[in-house]
Design a protein around this ligand. Sequence first.
Ligand code: FES
Length: 249
Amino acid sequence: MLKIVIDGKEVEVEEGLSVLELAEKIGVKIPTLCYHPAVSAYGACRVCIVEVIEKGLSKLTTSCTCPVESGIEVKTNSEKVKKTRKLIVEMLLARCPDAKIIQDLAKQLHVEKTRAPQKNENCILCGLCMRICREIIGVDAIGFANRGHKRKVTTPFEIQSDVCLGCGACAFVCPTGAIKIEDVEDKRKIDMWHTELGKVKCERCGRYFFPESAVEYVKRKSLQDVDGFLKLCPDCRKRVLANKLVCGW
Ligand code: FES
């Protein structure tokens, strides 16, 4: 067990946690945008910044990437932290003024306006979509392109990726809602990834429900034979299961 002081309170904690995970465990709230417990931490948005004091030296660091070490003192809301976090949110607000999550954060931190030039982007370049795609879905369909102010997340060569399943995990985790998925009858479109995929038609009710490539992927990865089941939309699957349970067929 490691002993550390967080916001003036001494706590004992097992090894291997980040400062953010420790804070969550003991009920100390630290704001985050690019953190997701299912994937590796990347430290991109920087709103989870904290002050860490070690051997008399103080530094500001992102709590999601900072491992807990014995003897450190962490301040999650010191004047230094508050001032820096406000500045970070001010910059994010300038980049993505329409993102609700950033507007809410700005309100909480009393950031009324931003001094930086406004950009009207939706993406904060946190890379969470890429990490989910790579680490959880396992396909790596998107990545960073370009440098500096031209940096963006996109598909290789900015054309439809051969490996994108259209599963929507990227849109699901995106903190700002920058990735829009459009389901139009038998097609799924993701403009941000230059992608359009055909969807599977439910054999029972005739509704188009999920991209063919994603269904094929699930079939390939499943250890059991799920072929029959994946021909049905989620609603019909539930009905079939309920009938099986109630009537035995
Ligand atoms: S949550 Fe830690 S840097 Fe984004």
